[in-house]
Design a protein around this ligand. Structure first.
Ligand SMILES: Nc1nc2c(ncn2[C@@H]2O[C@H](COP(=O)(O)OP(=O)(O)O)[C@@H](O)[C@H]2O)c(=O)[nH]1
Ligand SMILES: [Mg+2]
Length: 226
């Protein structure tokens, strides 16, 4: 699927709505959102769903900035709604990947989820990765169960504080390359309004800002995705 950036928002939405998967063994395209708590993952899911509902909103989810994850649950959100129909896209929120291993979801669990072994609703235990005997553990995940795209959600205003975190993301990146060398990796930079006075005034300047360009370069170098 290619959605040209020159399309209007309505045209983009229609392209997404018309999107179908050629392989009928794969029901939905699974997109894996991965990033620190407070990066804006839930806000992205909300914004996408609001746009599809025809609202013009750009939504930051109304929740508090927190250094500890509120929910340590594996969560799938199908894009769309019951009234207008669902798209063949599922956004998977990893939740609570903390800088500190002892506090958030274990990196091993993130990798297990990436490979499709973890079922929706599983409550992560920060101390121990999922037990293969758990009812939430899927022993032989199919192509339909695993992730098809890895999105790193990176808060632009926190990049310089994230050295240790980037190491975690690189472990996940390498596991993804090992699982499927052709898996697309995307960096999605959030909180650009908090990083530059120009974008803070108007988000339309996002592609004109030297500061944002430098942050994007910093992200790219830190993660080194192909
Ligand atoms: N200023 C600003 N705040 C944002 C942005 N994205 C998210 N937020 C806020 O950052 C906080 C964390 O967002 P959330 O979506 O819950 O992050 P999550 O932990 O990754 O799911 C919330 O208070 C959001 O309102 C953004 O692009 N700009
Ligand atoms: Mg969240």
């Amino acid at each position: 699927m290619y959605v040209s950036p020159s399309l209007s928002q309505g045209e983009m939405v229609n392209t997404l709505k018309a999107f179908n998967i050629r392989d009928d063994k794969v029901k939905n395209l699974n997109i894996f959102l991965c990033g620190p708590i407070g990066a804006g993952k839930s806000s992205i899911i909300n914004t996408i769903n609001s746009i599809l509902e025809g609202q013009i909103s750009v939504g930051y989810q109304g929740c508090l900035d927190s250094s500890v994850s509120q929910t340590l649950q594996f969560h799938e959100r199908q894009v769309g709604n019951a009234k207008d129909g669902f798209l063949h896209l599922v956004l998977n929120d990893t939740m609570g990947l903390e800088i500190d291993q002892s506090n958030g979801v274990h990196t091993d669990d993130i990798i297990t989820a990436l490979k499709g072994h973890i079922k929706e609703g599983y409550k992560f235990d920060p101390q121990t990765p999922i037990d293969e005997n758990s009812t939430y553990y899927r022993e032989n995940p199919s192509l339909s169960d695993r992730m098809h795209c890895l999105v790193y959600v990176i808060p632009a205003d926190k990049i310089s504080l994230m050295d240790e975190f980037f190491q975690k993301l690189k472990t996940i990146r390498d596991a993804a390359y090992e699982m499927d060398p052709d898996l697309p990796h995307v960096i999605l930079m959030t909180r650009v309004d908090k990083t530059c006075t120009l974008t803070n005034k108007n988000l339309r300047y996002v592609y004109n800002s030297k500061k944002i360009k430098d942050k994007m370069e910093e992200c790219h170098q830190a993660l080194d995705v192909k």
